[in-house]
Design a protein around this ligand. Structure first.
Ligand code: ATP
Ligand code: MG
Length: 356
């Protein structure tokens, strides 16, 4: 049987492997720093849990395999400049933006994009890292070492943030999970909730946007699209050519989760619409030590990544899924007492978004 190799051995690789196990498939996440000689067979398949990587002994072996799915898409989406150019070319709405060049001035940013402008590094940003706010009233200047390496975006006064996770197969068929509502604090995802009846009217619009992209890129596997919702409009914030944190709830709340769907797609196995069960909540564990008392709450599903705990680092997540909102509400109250700041804000937000 062929092996599905995953470039990267973080939590996403581990969860891809976990999801493939019941299907009897071999999944091998590979640490990018490994200097092992990988026993790649010609009919093996290669995928990735991250959108960019340095050239190492491990990544070189994987990236030269003929069955690396979406290999050419990664560099195009990993660079925010070319990602935005793709979105523009396809007429998909984003925040107004332009590239920061060697001769760009902060005055030009303010006069074109307004008094609050977000600079984003073209490469390597995640969890709000690689962002820099320009504020006209504080006369903030573009840092010299960002020139040529960043894009500028207008600050969007969005109503809320939603994301769409979809999967596309080798024959072009695609399926989507219901829109997920997300809360970011300081640029990092803290909590998600899905599905919400009140977002249903945006579902087909979001699906059309992500379909257009996946088709244009001839993409195979799971892709996530993060959006800002302004009234009934969606602006695309960013794309992730991989399984995504805002899709983690599908482990509890869907008959086929995003990880299994990605594996099915890259392996060329049949896809089908996932049955979505009840209402799901996801709470990211960020910079907090593991506390197995969390497990004393009915309905809690804990994923602990076994990473060392550092402030701002994603070290696990908690999923819950139930058709009983009173139960979810109770579980959140219990969690509230077991988590530090700023979880009170995240839990309050989740409770406020529970349907009546
Ligand atoms: P990820 O970890 O999802 O890859 P990231 O750090 O790469 O995130 P973005 O998703 O671009 O970067 O931004 C993180 C968060 O910052 C967004 O979810 C949103 O809350 C806020 N943000 C980003 N762009 C804007 C904008 N133009 N206006 C207002 N807020 C923004
Ligand atoms: Mg993001």
């Amino acid at each position: 049987m062929s092996t599905i190799w995953v470039l990267g051995a973080g939590q996403l690789g581990a969860m891809l492997k976990q999801a493939a196990t019941p299907l009897g498939l071999n999944v091998r996440p590979v640490d990018i720093e490994s200097d092992e000689i990988l026993n790649l067979a010609s009919n093996d398949i290669v995928t990735a849990e991250r959108e960019e990587w340095p050239t190492t002994k491990a990544t070189e072996q994987l990236a030269t395999h003929k069955n690396f799915v979406n290999l050419n898409t990664f560099p195009q989406l990993a660079d925010r400049l070319t990602q935005k150019q793709w979105l523009d070319r396809l007429n998909l709405a984003t925040a107004p933006w332009f590239p920061i060049k060697q001769d760009s001035s902060s005055e030009h940013c303010y006069s074109t994009l307004g008094e609050r402008v977000l600079l984003k590094r073209r490469r390597g940003g995640y969890d709000g890292k690689g962002q820099f706010w320009l504020k006209q009233d504080e006369a903030t200047e573009i840092p010299e070492d960002w020139k040529g390496h960043a894009i500028a975006e207008q600050a969007i006064n969005f109503d809320e943030e939603v994301s769409l996770v979809g999967v596309r197969g080798k024959n072009g068929e695609s399926y989507f999970y219901p829109l997920t509502l997300n809360l970011h604090i300081n640029g990092i995802l803290y909590a998600s909730i899905a599905p919400l009846h009140r977002l249903n009217h945006l579902q087909s619009k979001a699906e059309a946007m992500l379909s257009k992209l996946m088709e244009a890129l001839d993409y195979v596997g799971v892709m996530a699209m993060e959006c800002f919702r302004l009234g009934d409009d969606l602006l695309i914030n960013e794309l992730a050519p991989r399984v995504h944190n805002s899709g983690h709830w599908t482990q509890a709340g869907a008959s086929v989760n995003q990880f299994e769907n990605h594996i099915r797609a890259v392996a060329g196995l049949p896809l089908a619409p996932a049955e979505v069960k009840n209402l799901s909540l996801m709470v990211n564990l960020i910079g907090v030590p593991v506390n197995y008392d969390w497990l004393s709450t009915e309905g809690i599903e804990l994923y602990w990544y076994k990473k060392s705990v550092r402030p701002g680092r994603k070290v696990g997540h908690i999923n819950m899924c139930s058709g009983d909102t009173t139960k979810l509400n109770k579980a959140l109250t219990k969690l509230d007492a077991q988590l530090p700041e700023p979880y009170q804000e995240a839990i309050k937000w989740l409770k406020a978004n529970l349907p009546e």
